[in-house]
Design a protein around this ligand. Sequence first.
Ligand code: NAP
Length: 248
Amino acid sequence: MDRKVALVTGAGRGIGKAIARELALDGYNIVINYNTSEDGAKELYNSFKELNITAMLVKCDITNEQEVKNMVDAVIKKFGHIDVLVNNAGIAIDALFNEKTVEEFKKTLNVNVIGTFLVSKYVGETMIANKYGKIVNISSTNGINTYYPMCIDYDASKAAIISLTHNLAVQFAPFVNVNAIAPGFIATERELEGMDDEFVKQEEEKVLVKRAGTAQDVANLVKFLVSDKAGFINNEVIRIDGGMYGSN
Ligand code: NAP
């Protein structure tokens, strides 16, 4: 049987890049989707070539329906099937509540919610046709709890991703498992932007295991969730935050 194919959105940097690498090392053919991180995506693609892993690089803005269709068509043309979809791409625009604009709010919803919907819609069709699929949506603990006043649009978008997850799990049953992951504080370059060491220390203090998570922590969970060992885990939201006071 040929190798399974995994499409990871936003795989040119951060958590998406770690997920794509982990799935590649686990034996999947990988579709590296990026929008602006061309260098990071190419660097990952080249590292796969050295390891003899078959990969495909696709530039696609997930908010653009035609680009999403083209991406899915191109993957099907090359590989014939998509077995795993990781909806990782997302943005966060930090601005205090009273300074948050409608344009910013719409932009966040457009990427995080509409983008996730579009990719799931077109990839989901191919999974149903193939009677097999695993989808993991990257939500956030911010979609469950409110932590900061500058994230109202982000929090709403990540809550919406949890709702999309439940909806897709029903729509795509019984062939496709759809789950969401809700990461807490994960120390990616973007997340650490503008944080000084003191603030990072304070954030780590709030975590029961007393450290920030890594992109690799999230990648390890995705690898398990898309494996057939996790076949009975479906329509679920799994926190990965090191444990927080007051949450369970
Ligand atoms: P990041 O480094 O900023 O990665 C975000 C990714 O989203 C980038 O690869 C970016 O692609 C992609 N993206 C944004 N807009 C896109 C668009 N229109 N089309 C296609 N791709 C697009 O952030 P990260 O920390 O790794 O976060 C990854 C995911 O985890 C996000 O959904 C984030 O909300 C979620 N998350 C992160 C944390 C954390 O603490 N880091 C916690 C909870 C949840 P390009 O760079 O190519 O444009």
